[in-house]
Ligand binder design. Structure first.
Ligand code: FES
Length: 145
């Protein structure tokens, strides 16, 4: 049911933890399943130099957050914004259809952390929208499966 990459990132999540005094922190949840994710980013000269996450959620949410942090690290903010739940799922060699929504948590938590960074530094990041607290509603608006 799960690819080897999903299992690997679930069993050995990369970048789990938190960053003290992070440049930005974002927390999102899915009210339907009750899962929550928090992402921390460190930004220096427009580059995401470090990223960590904490997930109170299912295995697919852990694996997708882990992969998302790997994809985001070292990227510019503009590049990071192009990383979608789809690209995260592809990098994991796919997710079972019923678990695709879990990858939205990682995408939205990253956007929420970028939003927090922008607010703290009085920046406007082109294409970045205010975070949605409940991903489930977003899911209903934009089915990505
Ligand atoms: Fe909730 Fe996976 S079941 S994020």
């Amino acid at each position: 049911m799960y690819s080897q990459k999903v299992m690997d990132h679930f069993m050995n999540p990369r970048n789990m933890g938190e960053i003290e005094q992070a440049s930005g922190v974002g927390t999102v949840g899915n009210a339907k399943c009750g899962d929550i994710m928090r992402m921390y980013i460190q930004v220096e000269n427009d580059i995401i130099t470090d990223v960590k996450f904490k997930t109170f959620g299912c295995g697919a949410a852990v694996a997708t957050s882990s992969m998302a942090t790997e994809l985001v690290k070292g990227k510019t903010i503009e590049e990071a914004l192009k990383i979608t739940n789809k690209s995260v799922a592809e990098a994991l060699d796919g997710l079972p259809p019923v678990k695709v929504h879990c990858s939205l948590l990682a995408e939205e938590a990253l956007h929420a952390a970028l939003w927090d960074y922008a607010q703290k530094h009085n920046l406007h990041i082109e294409g970045l929208e205010p975070p949605k607290e409940d991903i489930h509603e977003h899911e209903a608006e934009n089915p990505k499966e």
